[in-house]
Design a binder for this molecule. Structure first.
Ligand SMILES: [Zn+2]
Length: 204
C-alpha cells in the first residue's frame, strides 16, 4: 500500500497519525510525509531547525520520504495553488491512502490543509482525517486503528524529536497517551488512533 500523510506543520503527522504510520511501516507499506508549511510562526528556533526535526522524526518512525511545500505558517489557504501543490504529490505517489487533518479544527492552517486535500484527492484513494490538539469536540472517529504499546512508544519517540516544541503541553507524553487510551477504550483495545472517514475505497 502507498500511504501519504499530510500535515500543515512539521509535527502534525506524528501527533495525529504517528502510531498508525508505525503500523504501516511494520507492514512494509511505502509511506511519505508531506508538510505544507515550515512551522516558523511562534517558534523560537529557525525554520530550518523545524524542518530538520520533521526529517529526523519521520526517520524515527521508519519513513525516509519527507516532502515540504513551503507555504507560509499561519497563512495556509485552500486555494488552487495549495490544491495543485498537494495534488502533484498525490498523483506522483499514486497514493492508495491519504491521512490529513480533520476539517473540524480551530487552527486555520489545519482546516485549510484538510479542505485543500479534499480537492487534491478527488480522483483517487481513501482519505482518513486525524485529530490533533486543536480538533473540535464534534470530531467523531468512525475508523479506529488499534495500537500496541510499541506502536505508541514509536509515536511518542517521534514526537519527542520535535525539541523546539517540547514546552507545549499538548504534545507531552501524558496527553498523547491519554487520548490513545480513550480511543482504544472506545474500540475495546488498549490504545488506538481514531479517524473520520472522508472516503474509503477497498484496494482489492
Ligand atoms: Zn499544526
Amino acid at each position: 500500500m502507498r500511504v501519504l500523510a499530510i500535515g500543515a506543520h512539521p509535527d502534525d503527522v506524528e501527533i495525529g497519525v504517528g502510531g498508525t504510520i508505525a503500523r504501516h511501516v511494520e507492514r512494509g507499506d511505502d509511506v511519505t510525509h508531506l508538510i505544507a508549511t515550515d512551522g516558523a510562526a511562534g517558534c523560537r528556533d529557525p525554520a530550518d531547525a523545524r524542518r530538520d526535526e520533521a526529517v529526523e522524526s519521520a526517520r524515527t518512525l521508519g519513513v525516509e520520504d519527507v516532502r515540504f511545500l513551503e507555504f507560509t505558517d499561519t497563512g495556509l489557504t485552500d486555494d488552487g495553488r495549495v490544491v495543485d501543490a498537494i495534488e502533484r504529490h498525490v498523483t506522483d505517489l499514486d497514493a492508495d491512502r491519504v491521512y490529513v487533518h480533520a476539517r473540524e479544527d480551530t487552527h486555520q492552517d489545519h482546516r485549510n490543509c484538510a479542505r485543500a486535500t479534499l480537492s487534491a484527492t478527488r480522483r483517487e484513494g481513501s482519505v482518513y482525517a486525524y485529530e490533533t490538539y486543536s480538533t473540535r469536540p464534534t470530531f467523531t472517529p468512525r475508523h479506529v486503528v488499534p495500537l500496541t504499546e510499541s506502536h505508541l512508544e514509536a509515536k511518542l519517540d517521534a514526537i519527542r524529536v520535535h525539541e523546539s516544541q517540547t514546552d507545549k503541553t499538548y504534545i507531552n507524553d501524558g496527553t498523547i497517551r491519554g487520548l490513545a487510551r480513550v480511543r482504544g477504550r472506545q474500540a475495546n483495545r488498549s490504545f488506538a488512533e481514531g479517524f473520520a472517514v472522508v472516503r474509503s475505497i477497498d484496494t482489492w
